[in-house]
Design a protein around this ligand. Structure first.
Ligand SMILES: Cc1ncc(COP(=O)(O)O)c(C=O)c1O
Length: 374
């Protein structure tokens, strides 16, 4: 008898939408020219690439020249940090719950350029205190780079993007925002939100892996990580990943078109999950002002997180304890540590996708009840 399989790790990666698969295949079959070639094959690919750029630019109310395609958010984040540091940044400010890609980029700039680094704490609900950000901005004279994500990838906590952006701009700082987990359901309008740089990743929005986007305000300096070609206006050399970009654009289009309906569905599923959770003694949801698709739980248990995750896996339920890039680690997640969540619990991240159903939630709850009872 085959066991039921349900996927609740959509913050790690999403299944690829059919429209995205079709777009990738179509480019691979019919539009495989090199976009830098001047003949008709190349021109077809070039026009696909520039159409994709215009589409994203249009949806974010920015200039197409401010959109760069990359291999994913990690690369976008790294380019943004290097670019900001080229402007003589005197202070980097970030938050203790940022993704490792941001933490590593901040640390690298701190060590390489000797730039003071302030890591703002969060409270037990994962929220930052804006007065602490304001104090940090006053700490060092000169331009600061502030890196704060929109939606946290482990807890779903939404940071107040516009207030942060406005504050950073009042201090003449630069604002980088990792928008990876915000792309599906939050509004991203960098001009109105005072954002100088942001990152996106296709594989978190039902697109393919290995493709992402970086927005850089055109008034800002740019710094390429490597040389070798003039693609992406020399910021990101190397022949462009046209199939990936086409798949990314198709996934984005579909996500935008169905944004409200998908969000409503995901919210209803999250509510169903939380209702079931209320019957598990001592179980609680963590985080405040959370996005609908990420539910971060603590359940009382003396078992290890990996033992619990294995029990879920054996029952056919895919979920995680935190960020996928740190899933091999046996330590508690840095996000959980930063929030100071109590010991004696196991933390689980249940991230819901548009493909999930009420049946999936009910099955997850059945397994969760069994695991919590043992
Ligand atoms: C918030 C956040 N930032 C950055 C990344 C890295 O994205 P990519 O896999 O495209 O490099 C992820 C993916 O885990 C993420 O969730």
């Amino acid at each position: 008898m085959s066991i039921k399989k349900v996927y609740f790790d959509n913050a790690a990666t999403t299944p690829v939408d059919e429209s995205s698969i079709e777009a990738v295949l179509s480019v691979m079959k019919y539009s495989w020219g090199n976009p830098s070639s001047t003949h008709a094959f190349g021109r077809t690919s070039r026009s696909l690439l520039e159409r994709a750029r215009r589409q994203f630019a249009n949806d974010f109310d920015v200039d197409p020249a401010e959109i760069f395609f990359t291999s994913g958010a990690t690369e976008s984040i790294t380019i943004a940090f290097h670019s900001a540091c080229k402007e003589g940044v005197k202070h980097i400010i970030t938050v203790s719950t940022e993704h490792k890609a941001v933490m590593d980029a901040a640390n690298e700039m701190h060590i390489r350029h000797n730039i003071p680094l302030t890591i703002l704490p969060v409270n037990q609900h994962g929220a930052i205190d804006l007065s602490e950000l304001s104090e940090a901005l006053q700490l060092h004279p000169g331009k600061a780079l502030v890196a704060i994500m929109y939606v946290n990838n482990e807890t779903g906590v939404i940071h107040p993007l516009k207030e942060i952006g406005e504050m950073v701009s009042n201090y003449n700082g630069l604002f980088f925002c990792d928008c990876v987990q915000a792309a599906l359901y939050q509004d991203i309008k960098p001009k109105a939100q005072f954002v100088d740089y942001f990152s996106l990743s296709a594989h978190k929005i039902y697109g393919p892996k290995g493709v992402g986007l970086l927005y850089i305000n055109k008034a800002r300096e740019k710094h390429a990580l490597w040389r070798g070609g003039s693609q992406e206006r020399s910021l990101r050399p190397g022949t462009e990943n046209i199939p990936g970009i086409a798949g990314f654009t198709a996934a984005w289009e579909k996500a935008q078109k169905n944004k409200d309906a998908n969000q409503k569905k995901v919210q209803l599923l999250a509510n169903r999950l939380l209702e079931g959770l209320s019957q598990i003694k001592g179980a609680k949801r963590n985080g405040t002002s959370t996005a609908s698709h990420i539910v971060h739980l603590s359940i009382p248990s003396n078992k290890s997180t990996s033992a619990i995750l294995l029990e879920f896996d054996l029952a056919g339920v895919a979920l995680s304890a935190g960020s996928a890039c740190q899933s091999g680690s046996h330590q508690r997640s840095h996000v959980v540590e930063a929030m100071g969540l109590p010991k004696g619990y196991v933390e689980l991240r249940i991230s819901i996708g548009k493909q999930n159903t009420e049946d999936d939630i009910d099955y997850l709850l059945t397994v969760l009840h069994k695991i919590a009872a043992n």
